[in-house]
Design a protein around this ligand. Structure first.
Ligand SMILES: Nc1ncnc2c1ncn2[C@@H]1O[C@H](COP(=O)(O)OP(=O)(O)OP(=O)(O)O)[C@@H](O)[C@H]1O
Length: 985
């Protein structure tokens, strides 16, 4: 194949390869080589290297330009790309015979400017360490102004980029400037031989450092903290893939990602940015995913194009109070090089595309992100938050790839602007749950029993989509199997189970059994850990020193219970171990226990906790206000991370539920317990009412609709944790809306359970819009208790399969109010249509069925037709984007001929041809109700349309027939439009 053909054919792959590193370095190196070979002249270069444009636009222009220059230019482009890109990045490309072309320079030239171009690649490489000197000389000789020099040295540029700017600027100034520069470089003897020797030496040092970094990361990422003490499982043994999706809607069904895609091109929103955010709920597995990424890189099996990975924990960065330079940050916090620190650091600065930084738990970082203070200099010390924020923005070390994890909602719009993309970690899929439980239990029969127990308790199964809860449930399999059927139901139940499990383990060692009054028996431990946990949450502190432990009276015995683990990489002032809770949600649980059980707690604590949790934005005002609780100012709220305060408040609600009352009353004063319960009830009722009051009045002619604000789902979940139906009833008793909109709210099965618990008490039925969430089949089952209060159910993009449909239909046929369903973009097949046919036959008030973008074929359409024949109510039928073809269209058209209710029918994009159109024309002749018929994007030709026109002459109800994108010539369209004005092409 010729070079021209190779470039044309591989245009998308070339574009991807030159842009996917997130840095313009490879592209600029290719430009250097093409300039040096004279393929590009100076004007060409300026037209394709426009720094203010996205990299992709520049690359596209280069490909166009080179293509127009012909075969030789294309062959040199291929050779240059082959020379510049690392192996992994060019794996998809074929270079033909051009891979072996040697790209040397054009040889000596009489004019300095030509030398500058011909030697450009070598100059870029060799001049990096002499920029300061060169600028000084050029300034002294008047070749460059101070402004020119400042622009060249902008810290956002890497040293290589600075040299290129210098070369461009000097070429622009003319022959004299070029001569001055070349003479200076000659003087400092920047010979390519010497420089290459240095590079070799450098790589040896870097490789040695890489080895050290890899072995340190291997050691750190081998075990999960939740399994740390047991030594039973390595990450390899237990790691189970979670569901990863792009956070932003790309108009299609949610894109499921693999670990590789996190740093790949897919889903890129901002090509100039280098930071990828992985967000998810508490315990959804963000840290674990990062740990997996580190482990695989350290083994050399993943991200092989990355030479150095620097893993940071925001929890650890919180403890850094000094001002640090970037170099100190990297080497002190990650791994110290044994030799050649300066050279290694220089290498990092020069090769940002070979480096990855990861930051785990940005939500735990004490400072909220701000881009107001710029810090661009890699050698100048600055506070940790300045370094972190400037790294994330790309003003410091542009081109280094960054992966950040954070809880959902904790990242504000200020940071969003600097994100390359956001990836959502949605926890385990149903298969993931099974896989995890099997990995956790060596004994397959035990795994079977746990899974069986989960199947019989779908609320608990729903909870297990969150990996940390799946871990607890698996760990507490004995307690779970000993429980009565139906229990546990709430997250609080699950956490009480893990408490019981740990104390049980301890008692077994001491006396063999755990008595019913286990909480009373371990009351002191619970209170000590509870105080430590609460004080930590108030100050966003998750790592505790010996002094912190002492202040909360935590004893060695308390530590030995296993809820606290040694924090890796931390020591306190006296060089002793620091501790953290097994998982942060466990810290929240202990804090909640302390709030509920303590007699001495400030009376306003509960109020403050709920007020702070309501304030979503308070996570943006992170200030250390430990004194807040002690303050006498009444209107102060609790500080700390809003997500963690919300989790704590949820646990407080759960602990104060009737369900746990008798058990907890063994360990606290009844009056205070009652008082606290009343207070929480009041907070929740007030909170939800305030929420409803904020619903704007409907625009005239529109339904009264409520779009859930942040905090709504949290309130609903607190009410569910309390398991008090009177609160649920009271909460929605006065709600008068016709439509409840909860799109893009990250709603999974857990949230569905809570929603149904509350919404089943609605007095008037609502339209319930849950589009673009992760409801799934398990979530659908959880929603069933509120189906009777729902007139319309919108579940677009929710990963629902035929099994979910079976459940909805089974319940739906008994719910009088239930009249509409929209299931666009799910995983439905022809199996679903059997269920819908049954629904249509049985439920004679059902109005609307929208099943677009699923996998329904002609067989499914035939089954649906059976139901339609018997329906005396259906008005809207949407099958856009399925595969029903002519046979399916014929079946539907026949079945609908006698319908006296159908108003709207869409068969867009279904492969329908003339035969289908002929059958639909018969429907058009007979129907007296149909108003709109959508047939765009099919294969209907002239014959089919003629039939439709003929039928329309006998029909007065139809207002429009849409036929865009069918098999018609422009002449046909022109003529047919004249014949029938109701046709739209
Ligand atoms: N992919 C996974 N495979 C196996 N176990 C997992 C996985 N993800 C999470 N877990 C289990 O859940 C626990 C909590 O996960 P992790 O700490 O990664 O969650 P997180 O999303 O970082 O939570 P947070 O936001 O609260 O910090 C892990 O310690 C582990 O026991």
């Amino acid at each position: 194949m010729s070079a021209l053909q190779l470039v044309l054919k591989q245009r998308p792959a070339l574009l991807r390869a030159l842009c996917c590193g997130g840095t313009s370095e490879p592209f600029e190196c290719v430009l250097d080589l093409l300039l040096s070979r004279g393929i590009l002249v100076w004007e060409d270069y300026q037209s394709v290297q426009i720094p203010t444009r996205p990299l992709t636009s520049n690359v596209r222009d280069l490909l166009d330009l080179v293509y127009t220059k012909g075969e030789e230019a294309c062959s040199l482009l291929l050779a240059a790309v082959g020379q510049v890109l690392p192996e992994a990045q060019k794996a998809d490309l074929s270079f033909g015979k051009f891979s072996s072309m040697i790209l040397d320079s054009r040889g000596p030239s009489t004019r300095s400017i030509q030398t500058l171009l011909a030697d450009r690649p070598a100059l870029v490489q060799n001049c990096r360490e002499h920029i300061d000197g060169a600028l000084e000389v050029l300034l002294e000789t008047g070749c460059l102004s101070t402004k020119d020099c400042d622009e060249i040295q902008l810290p956002v540029y890497t040293p290589s980029q600075q040299v290129r700017r210098l070369l461009d600027q000097v070429a622009f100034k003319g022959e004299h400037a070029v001569q001055t520069l070349l003479q200076y470089l000659d003087q400092v003897q920047v010979t390519s031989g010497a420089s290459q020797k240095k590079e070799k030496q450098l790589s040896a040092e870097c490789l040695q450092y890489q080895k050290k970094l890899q072995s340190s990361i291997l050691a750190q990422s081998h075990f999960l903290s939740t399994y740390g003490g047991t030594g039973r499982f390595s990450l390899d043994d237990i790691y189970t893939d979670g569901l990863l999706e792009l956070a932003q809607d790309c108009g299609k069904s949610p894109v499921t990602l693999s670990l590789e895609d996190v740093l790949g091109l897919v889903g890129t929103l901002n090509e100039e940015a280098d930071t990828v955010l992985i967000s998810g709920k508490a315990g959804s597995g963000k840290s674990t995913l990062l740990q997996r990424l580190h482990l695989l890189w350290a083994r050399g099996t993943f991200l092989t194009d990355i030479l150095l990975v620097f893993p940071f924990s925001c929890r650890k960065l919180n403890t850094e109070r000094r001002k640090l330079s970037l170099k100190e940050l990297l080497f002190l916090h990650c791994c110290w090089p044994d030799c050649g620190q300066d050279q290694i650091f220089q290498f990092i600065l020069d090769h940002p595309n070979l480096v990855l930084f990861t930051f785990d738990g940005l939500d735990e970082f004490k400072h909220s992100f701000s881009d107001e203070e710029r810090h661009c200099c890699p050698t100048q010390p600055a506070s940790v938050h300045m370094l972190l924020f400037n790294l994330l923005q790309g003003s410091l070390m542009k081109g280094v790839r960054k992966v950040v994890t954070s809880r959902t909602w904790a990242v504000g719009p200020a940071l969003m602007r600097y994100l390359r993309k956001e990836v959502l970690l949605k926890g385990f899929s149903p298969r993931g749950i099974e896989c995890f439980v099997r990995k956790h239990h060596n004994d397959p029969s035990m795994a079977d029993r746990v899974l069986e127990s989960l199947q019989s308790n779908t609320a608990l199964l729903g909870l297990c989509h969150v990996p940390v809860l799946c871990w607890i449930v698996s760990k507490c399999s004995k307690e779970l199997l000993d429980c009565d059927k139906g229990s546990p139901q709430t997250i609080t139940d699950v956490y009480l189970m893990i408490l019981q499990h740990f104390f049980h383990r301890q008692n077994l060692q001491v006396q063999g059994t755990l008595r019913a009054g286990w909480l009373k028996e371990h009351f002191d431990t619970v209170m000590h850990l509870g105080q430590l946990a609460l004080e930590g949450l108030e100050t966003s502190c998750y790592v505790f020193s010996g002094a912190d432990l002492q202040r909360s009276k935590v004893t060695q015995k308390d530590v030995s219970m296993g809820f606290l683990i040694v924090s890796e990489g931390f020591t306190d002032a006296s060089n002793c171990n620091c501790y953290e809770f097994l998982h942060i949600t466990l810290q929240c649980f202990f804090a909640a226990l302390y709030i509920v059980l303590s007699d001495s707690i400030d009376k306003s604590t509960i109020l403050k906790l709920f007020q702070s949790s309501c304030k979503q934005e308070s996570s943006l005002r992170k200030v250390c206000l430990k004194h807040c609780l002690e303050s006498s100012l009444e209107n102060r709220t609790l500080t700390g991370e809003t997500p963690n305060l919300q989790i704590t408040a949820k646990f407080v609600s759960g602990l104060l539920s009737h369900h746990h009352r008798d058990f907890l009353l063994q360990s606290c004063v009844p009056q205070t317990f009652e008082w606290k319960t009343k207070q929480v009830t009041k907070c929740l009722s007030k909170g939800i009412q305030k929420h409803f009051k904020s619903i704007p009045k409907p625009v005239e002619g529109e339904k009264k609709s409520m779009h859930a604000m942040p905090g709504f789902m949290w309130l609903i979940k607190c009410i569910y944790e309390m398991q008090e139906s009177s609160i649920a009833k009271g909460a929605v008793a006065k709600l008068e809306v016709e439509h409840l909109k909860l799109t893009y709210c990250n709603i999974g099965p857990v949230e569905c359970t809570a929603l149904a618990y509350v919404l089943q008490h609605l007095r008037t039925p609502v339209g319930f819009q849950l589009d673009y969430n992760s409801v799934g089949d398990v979530g659908v089952e959880q929603l069933l208790p509120c189906l009777h209060t729902c007139h319309s159910l919108y579940l677009r993009n929710n990963n629902i399969s035929d099994e979910g449909v079976r459940k909805i239909v089974e319940r739906g046929i008994h719910c009088d109010n239930f009249k509409k369903i929209a299931l666009f973009n799910n995983r439905l097949t022809d199996v679903s249509t059997q269920y819908f046919a049954h629904l249509l036959k049985t439920k004679q008030n059902f109005l609307s069925l929208r099943l677009g973008n699923n996998s329904i074929t002609s067989e499914g359409a035939e089954q649906l037709a059976e139901g339609l024949r018997n329906s005396q109510s259906l008005q809207y039928l949407g099958l856009w984007g399925n595969e029903i073809e002519d046979k399916g269209a014929e079946a539907l058209a026949n079945a609908l001929q006698d319908s006296t209710t159908l108003l709207w029918l869409s068969l867009v994009d279904n492969g329908v041809g003339n035969a289908g159109a002929r059958a639909l024309a018969e429907l058009v002749k007979k129907t007296r109700t149909l108003e709109e018929l959508w047939l765009s994007k099919n294969r209907i030709g002239r014959d089919g349309v003629d039939c439709l026109i003929h039928a329309l002459k006998m029909n007065s109800s139809i207002k429009s027939v849409w036929l865009r994108g069918n098999n018609l010539s422009p002449e046909d369209v022109e003529e047919l439009t004249k014949q029938e004005s109701r046709l739209t092409f």
